[in-house]
Design a protein around this ligand. Structure first.
Ligand code: NAD
Ligand code: MG
Length: 399
């Protein structure tokens, strides 16, 4: 059921973990939400199935060609387009009122950028957009009047808590981290963990890339950088605390010492729905906390020695410029090499540190400059072995 008042959504990354959570939210919205556009990379059968159910105006595929898909796979009332340019065009289209940015990795930047250029409201799951081009995209949003509403659960929690005070009354943003599947493993055990171990997350069911990022705690690093640009606080006002139950999704400490937290069982449908219902709240579809049962919440400081990826996040959030693009690109390649068993678990952070140290840092880059270094970092990361490692400062042009 849709109504004339339905909010029309362009969902970029419809077949992923966030994308299917978003489909659940739209399905349960009783006509308050409808899809204008759905996009996917290669899983065209799943996209076609979603089109059968939701009948969007338009569907876009980026990783397959028209000849790769079955004839009549899509309903005849859905316009099917191909390629990354079509994603950008549809993200910017006046036919949608909100863009859900849920493509994984730096590939999510282009659609999000086009939406920001067009002055859209963006429900942002793709944290890599802000990691790669945070300062540039926030400046662009200032110019076009585009607004970001966070989907990432930590940033959604902070967004909600910030509504209880003024930015100048904030002492710090406290991001919670589950600690991932290896929270209690020793350094020696971490040397030997496999990709299958790392894909088994204790509290969240997510896509493979972010699941590996959670195991290394690189996900928290990317979230520190995301928070830096999204909320405009310096890295010195951002902290991380490990909270294995993933019930407290993050907190804001105000100058008087009050800490406001947002709590709920781990389920991404809640922050997705909040981003789409904001500034209202609607009846929720995710499970509630059962306060009739005894349960405990624990908090502990992160172990930065065993999880060195965290230091990278703080450093890159402080530096800005091209550092985020290089860290993100190096990490994307490192994660896929780890999944192909070409790197050990601990080499992921070592590779990232090494490529970051070797890059030609630019404090005020253009978008072209950022994309050039993204490309450079990917090539270096594909070639990297622990023997080519270096640990020189950022400004060094080469190892
Ligand atoms: P996923 O791998 O499950 O899904 C990714 C989606 O992006 C799919 O629809 C896929 O078709 C599409 N895609 C992949 N490569 C593409 C490309 N090159 N061009 C265009 N489309 C492409 O990923 P996910 O776990 O849903 O994560 C999506 C984003 O949301 C990531 O940035 C992630 O960090 C963020 N996020 C995810 C979660 C979660 O719980 N999964 C939580 C917070 C934030
Ligand atoms: Mg998160």
């Amino acid at each position: 059921m849709t109504t004339v008042d339905s909010k029309r959504i362009a969902l970029l990354g419809a077949t992923g973990s966030i994308g299917t959570s978003c489909q659940d939210v739209v399905r349960a919205s009783q006509g308050k939400l409808q899809f204008d556009t759905l996009t996917a990379h290669s899983r065209w059968q799943e996209l076609a199935k979603a089109c059968e159910e939701f009948h969007p105006r338009c569907a876009v595929l980026t990783g397959v060609r028209p000849q790769d898909i079955a004839a009549n796979a899509f309903p005849s009332d859905v316009r099917v387009l191909y390629g990354a340019d079509a994603v950008a065009d549809q993200a910017a289209s006046s036919e949608n009122e909100i863009v859900v940015s849920a493509i994984v990795g730096a590939a999510g930047l282009f659609g999000t950028w086009a939406a920001v250029e067009a002055g859209k409201t963006i429900a942002l799951a793709n944290k890599e957009t802000l990691v790669v081009a945070g300062p540039l995209i926030m400046q662009l949003a200032d110019r076009t009047g585009s607004k970001f509403i966070p989907v990432d659960s930590e940033h959604s929690a902070i967004f909600q808590a910030l509504q209880c005070g003024k930015n100048r009354e904030v002492a710090r943003l406290i991001l919670t981290a589950s600690g991932g599947p290896f929270r209690t493993r020793s350094q020696m055990e971490l040397e030997r963990v496999t990709s299958a171990d790392a894909l088994d997350h204790p509290t969240w069911d997510m896509g493979p890339k972010i699941t590996i990022d959670s195991a290394t705690m690189m996900n928290k690093s990317l979230e520190i950088i995301e928070a830096r640009w999204l909320f405009g606080f310096p890295s010195e006002q951002i902290d991380v605390v490990v909270h294995p139950q993933s019930i407290v999704h993050s907190m804001v400490e105000f100058v008087d010492g009050s800490i406001l937290a947002q709590m709920s069982p781990p389920d991404m449908r809640l922050p997705v729905q909040y981003a789409l219902s904001w500034p209202q709240r609607w009846e929720g579809i995710s499970p509630r906390l059962d306060l009739t049962q005894a349960f405990g919440l624990t908090f502990e400081p992160p172990d930065r020695k065993r999880f060195p990826a965290l230091d990278l996040g703080f450093e890159v959030a402080r530096l800005g410029g091209t550092a985020g693009a290089v860290l993100n690109a190096a990490n994307e390649v490192a994660v896929s090499r780890f999944l192909r068993d070409e790197l050990s678990f601990l080499e992921i952070a070592r590779l990232c540190r090494s490529i970051l140290s070797a890059h030609d840092f630019d404090a005020v880059p253009t978008l072209d400059g950022v994309l050039r270094l993204d490309h450079w970092a990917r090539e270096e990361a594909e070639r990297w072995t622990s023997l080519t490692s270096c640990s020189q400062p950022f400004s060094s042009p080469t190892c």
